[in-house]
Design a binder for this molecule. Sequence first.
Ligand code: ZN
Length: 438
Amino acid sequence: MSKVFVLDTNTQSLNPVHLGRARLLLKQGKAAVYRSYPFTLILKRAVEQPHLEPLRVKVDPGSKTSGIALVNDGSSEVVWAAELIHRGEQIKRDMDKRRAVRKNRRQRKTRYRQPRFDNRRKRKGTLQPSQTSRVCNVVTWIRRLMRLCPVSAISQELVRFDTQAFENLDIEDVQYQQGTLAGYEVREYVLLKCSHQCSYCDARQVPLELDHLQPRAKLSSNRASNLVAACKPCNQRKGNQDIRDFLKGQPERLARILAQAKTPLRDAAAVNAMRWALYERLKALGLPVECGSGGLTKFNRITRDLPKTHWLDAACVGRSTPEHLVIKHVVPLRITATGHGSRQMCLMDEHGFPRTKPKGAKRVKGFQTGDLVRAVVTRGTKQGTYVSKVAVRTRGVFNIKTVRGTVTDIHHRFCTLVARSDGYSYHARKEAALPPAA
Ligand SMILES: [Zn+2]
């Protein structure tokens, strides 16, 4: 298990503790549960001048899933990890739906409306709502972690490739430098640029080598613009020839390769608005923010012999990554962004007319849809104990969504609140095949 967060009675954050220690604290009555997700205890006493071990929050932001890891740089230990699943696509769908309804409503010839189409302006640098939600999700979680444990630094993956690192590459031969970071990044960069296929014969799924357009023997450069991916037979056939001699019979291919080599990969220039917006927000938190490239993350992960998962990618972000990452017993918390309900006042039929009564109160008998409740049903056909999310209804009988399906019509008297809805749902997941910790 990941470690457990601990606060003192004044909600001052302390060092996270091992699960066994947390169990002992609870058993001895020295602490109480403060939060279920992420699991946090609160001590019943104040701690004067605690000895804190600083932690580093590391983020690998993605469009569907972001990885988050808390790493203790001193002990090389991953203390806690999570995978945050965003709701960007759902937001996009909802916005599309709303736009369609509004458009439909404006088209109806019920009264005269002033034309309304050229009076909108988008400020420069405005993100799409779906992108904003991703940025906000990550910032929310980093702020939460900062309240629960002693966070002293942040690492973020900002760009896919560190183009500066290999534009000035001046090493003997890139092919012999794959063990180094610059060689690794340039290789990944060129492979992606050539879509992982041989530039000369379009072969896929074969081992690819880097080939110099102008051969090394003629003292050409090692810059990425002089490199293409080639399969071994093609590379050997080309040998020391210049590309123009080698592709004499195929002018079209030659032109294509030369053009492709010259244009830098657009993605590599990191025109990823979401990541830059996140970077600005993280800087505003007041902690030092370290930035890493995707190439560096992959290099770190592979040299440490770790499998590809979102949370391990996060743990490998940046140059601060410890030599040996201790990941034993870490179970990442799976966090799904669910939002805080909708503002739509009632449901519609297919013509856009109201189909239901106006929406009732959000909170019913002290419960709200999305709250985590424990329902102990003592009589009737639905006897049993259910711990899950609740969907409230104004009548006071609720639905509870369990793994085995939805249990309907549970009276509110049977329910007790475990955790308030906070816009996320949680699921602790065991990793199937993790290598033994280094
Ligand atoms: Zn080939």
